[in-house]
Design a protein around this ligand. Structure first.
Ligand SMILES: C[S@@+](CC[C@H](N)C(=O)[O-])C[C@H]1O[C@@H](n2cnc3c(N)ncnc32)[C@H](O)[C@@H]1O
Length: 257
């Protein structure tokens, strides 16, 4: 796939983005997106904008936006509970490995709760998703200070989570979290609709769960559709219902060694 971005050739940020996302650069020269795609033979185009990169592909636009994460943080700030945070038993200062970063909404909520003494490391295997979210966060122009601070604390690496988990020392994070693409998608979920074309759809492996249990100090948490057979397949017995009745969080407590 060839992507095209508008920007100044040699702009260090643009060149870094191109290297990270693995896409090639071509000047826009006032061309429409449709024309760029036709002339470059590209399935998608990324436009490099002041407020962050925007991918146009398959009739959809994909760019970083705190959306759902911001709404959830606003509710937490009002003292309301968040089912993912409850499932994690998350506390200020904790270190969390988010193995399926996606758009970073869950990571944003985690980052807000753990605060500046904690840590959130997000792992995403799609290079375009990882780069669009990393640079979208860097260039995000709006919002209150607490929101930007929580976003900026999210560390992002582009890799397969199994490879990352295997390299990590035992008990190096308090929580290891997985939110894989659902085996049976909820089609009404607009929030992740642009992500679907880019995402890694492989099912969560038993090996990844075993490694996560080695790396975690407290819990491994898996988000899935309520009633999913994935929980049983992965040996998860404790399941909490999520923010909507069709979402659930599977919890595996780490046994002290
Ligand atoms: C449902 S989305 C996660 C949404 C995310 N929790 C959020 O709040 O925006 C799943 C993401 O995990 C990524 N993913 C799936 N398998 C992965 C793997 N083995 N390693 C790293 N990322 C993976 C997908 O590419 C996709 O972007």
């Amino acid at each position: 796939m060839t992507e095209t971005r508008k920007g100044i050739p040699g702009d260090p940020e643009l060149m870094q983005f191109a290297a990270e996302s693995g896409v090639s650069y071509t000047p826009r020269r006032d061309r429409s997106i449709t024309r760029i795609m036709a002339e470059e033979g590209a399935a998608g185009v990324i436009i490099w904008k002041q407020e962050g990169p925007v991918l146009y592909q398959g009739g959809e636009r994909f760019f970083y936006h705190p959306s759902m994460g911001k709404n959830r943080v606003s509710r937490i700030r009002k003292g309301q509970s968040d089912p993912m945070i409850e499932a994690m038993g998350l506390r200020k200062g904790w270190e969390v490995l988010d193995c399926t970063l996606g758009l970073g909404a869950d990571a944003l909520v985690v980052s807000f709760v753990v605060g500046d003494e904690g840590r959130v490391l997000g792992v995403e295997s799609s290079p375009i998703t990882a780069a669009v979210v990393r640079w979208g966060i860097k260039k995000y122009p709006r919002g209150p200070v607490w929101l930007k601070a929580a976003m900026d604390r999210i560390e992002i690496i582009c890799a397969d989570h199994l490879e990352v988990l295997k390299e990590l020392p035992a008990r190096s994070f308090d929580i290891v979290y997985f939110d894989p693409m659902f085996r049976h998608p909820i089609n009404s979920s607009q929030a992740i609709s642009p992500l679907r074309q880019l995402a890694n759809h492989r099912p969560l492996s038993e090996e990844a769960i075993a490694e996560a249990l080695r790396v975690s100090r407290s819990r491994v948490v898996v988000k899935e559709r309520a009633g999913s057979t994935e929980f049983e397949r992965l040996g998860i017995q404790q399941v909490l219902t999520g923010e909507h009745r069709d979402i659930a969080y599977g919890i595996i407590e780490v046994r002290p060694s």
